[in-house]
Write a protein of this length. Structure first.
Lengths: 131, 146
């Protein structure tokens, strides 16, 4: 009977740890994903003013886009355990990668690293409210 | 002979283990199920509050004035929690702020929700309060009046 109670307790503890770990991993993924998208969106607003004034089409200024994304990430990640891994400007698209590390409650299991990517591109042609 | 049989019956403990196991197992299994419900619900609540704060921050960042941003952030957080089925005791607390209310700056939304656990009284589940903070950037080319 004592052995049964021991086994029952250990299984219960393990089950609770698995459920708790799963919830924390999903929460961290969602947070990292939200930061990645917001950072990419902030970077994708770096329109190259010079190109427009010269009569050309709207394009991204890669250096400015990267700087804005990193500036936004610094604000968005305050108080978070996640960190900005990379900001890549591909044409008119900004690709941001954010990583986070979740320590496991389940004994004996290694920490898990989460990597989330957010993409945003320069939108043109919005000229009216509600578009 | 009859006396011997009665004495043997009194000494015989066969079957006692099953009864004891059942007496222990039934409430323990019930308690474990409630414990799993409690832990699962806590995880879902954290997730729901975090999501509500993220959606509220994005919603607030789309407005054109501080007052409109605060109203939109609060309304969005309440609606998101309600849609997710997360009941907060006394309603959720939502705070919308920004260091500077201007294009390119960051809006911060904090949502706090005390999740009700009254239906898990059998395991004396404590009521817990969850807080999540999310931020969003106000569009650079958005007309914004502080």
């Amino acid at each position: 009977m004592a052995a049964f109670i021991m086994l029952f307790s250990m299984l219960t503890f393990a089950g609770v740890a698995v459920v708790a770990d799963a919830g924390r991993i999903v929460s961290s993924e969602r947070e990292a994903s939200a930061v990645a998208f917001e950072t990419a969106r902030a970077g994708a607003q770096a329109v190259d003013d010079g190109a427009i004034r010269a009569g050309g089409t709207a394009t991204l200024d890669p250096a400015e886009a990267s700087a804005r994304a990193q500036s936004a990430a610094a604000q968005l990640l305050i108080g978070s355990t996640a960190s900005l891994t990379s900001v890549i400007v591909e044409g008119n698209q900004v690709v941001v990668t954010v990583t986070d590390r979740v320590d496991r409650w389940f004994p004996g299991l290694a920490d898990i690293t989460i990597t989330e990517t957010g993409r945003a591109r320069l939108a043109v042609g919005i000229t009216q409210e509600g578009q | 002979m009859i006396r011997r049989f009665i004495q043997r019956c009194r000494r015989d403990e066969r079957g006692d283990g099953d009864v004891a196991a059942l007496m222990f197992l039934a409430p323990a299994a019930f308690g474990v199920v409630l414990l799993f419900v409690f832990v699962g619900r806590q995880g879902a609540s954290v997730e729901s509050v975090t999501h509500a704060s993220q959606v509220a921050a994005r919603s607030a960042s789309l407005e054109r004035s501080q007052a409109a941003a605060e109203a939109a952030g609060t309304a969005t957080a309440v609606a998101t929690l309600s849609a997710a089925g997360t009941a907060c005791v006394g309603g959720p607390e939502v705070s919308v702020s920004a260091t500077v209310w201007a294009p390119g700056e960051t809006i911060e939304v904090t949502v706090t929700c005390a999740v009700a656990t009254g239906d898990l009284g059998a395991i004396s589940a404590p009521s817990r309060s969850f807080t999540a903070t999310s931020r969003a950037v106000i569009d650079t080319y958005r007309s914004f009046e502080s």
